[in-house]
Design a protein around this ligand. Structure first.
Ligand code: DX5
Ligand code: ZN
Length: 216
């Protein structure tokens, strides 16, 4: 079964939407953290999530778009976090992955649309997740980049050939139609399609239905 992870980056009212998401059947809440350096904008909802932690039972899927993710690895490890994902384009990737693992949290590597998948090779057998960016990071509500479909297949082949346990997640521009095309994907990240809809649960159900089970 494919999992649905909902990003609230485009929310007009984050607190309200987080509490709404907590009551849906979403598998994860996708937390986008931006440092104003790796990407232009800044965004860090740590304090908000920490404050709401006893009202939000959902596991967090944390996506750190930061040049130096050290501090936030430590912060987010203290929340109800299933995955912490850093970017493969960084230096000292190994050091960060080891730190995430020391906390007993699953670690992921994200790759930007222009990054070749060969960057994953040194780490593929030690990571739990590959997060394939299907838009340029930094902003919600962008259009899905079509080349991602070919990239997903290549990453899947690498995972199989290296006997890695890594799951595949795709992030950016995913709506009901795009969801139909995401074979071999384990986790679908969707933001504005869900948070700009009137009924979060209904949108999540449509994504789930359209995504089907072709990866199994
Ligand atoms: C982009 C973020 C995504 C994004 C997803 O930098 O990593 O998680 O917010 O939102 P949509 O689905 O609106 O592209
Ligand atoms: Zn993201």
């Amino acid at each position: 079964m494919k999992r649905i992870s909902v990003s609230f980056l485009s929310s007009k009212n984050e607190e309200k939407d987080l509490l709404k998401l907590a009551r849906t059947n979403a598998d994860y809440i996708h937390v986008d953290v931006m440092d104003g350096k790796f990407v232009k904008k800044k965004h860090n909802p740590y304090k908000k999530l920490s404050k709401l932690s006893n009202q939000i039972g959902k596991r967090l899927d944390v996506h750190l778009m930061e040049k130096n993710p050290l501090k936030n690895i430590n912060y987010y490890a203290s929340l109800n976090t299933e995955y912490i994902t850093i970017h493969a384009e960084l230096e000292k990737v190994d050091k960060y992955l080891d730190l995430i693992k020391q906390y007993g949290i699953k670690c992921g590597l994200a790759i930007n649309p222009d990054t070749d998948i060969s960057i994953l090779l040194p780490y593929i057998s030690k990571i739990d997740l590959v997060l394939i960016m299907s838009v340029h990071p930094g902003l919600g509500g962008q259009t899905f980049i079509d080349d991602t479909i070919k990239k997903i297949l290549k990453v899947k082949k690498m995972i199989v050939s290296k006997k890695s346990k890594a799951k595949i997640s795709v992030d950016g521009g995913i709506n009901a139609e795009i969801a139909k095309r995401l074979d071999f994907v384990d986790i679908i990240v969707s933001g504005s399609y869900v948070t700009s809809s009137d009924d979060f649960e209904e949108s999540i159900n449509i994504l789930r239905k359209n995504a089907g089970n072709k990866n199994l």
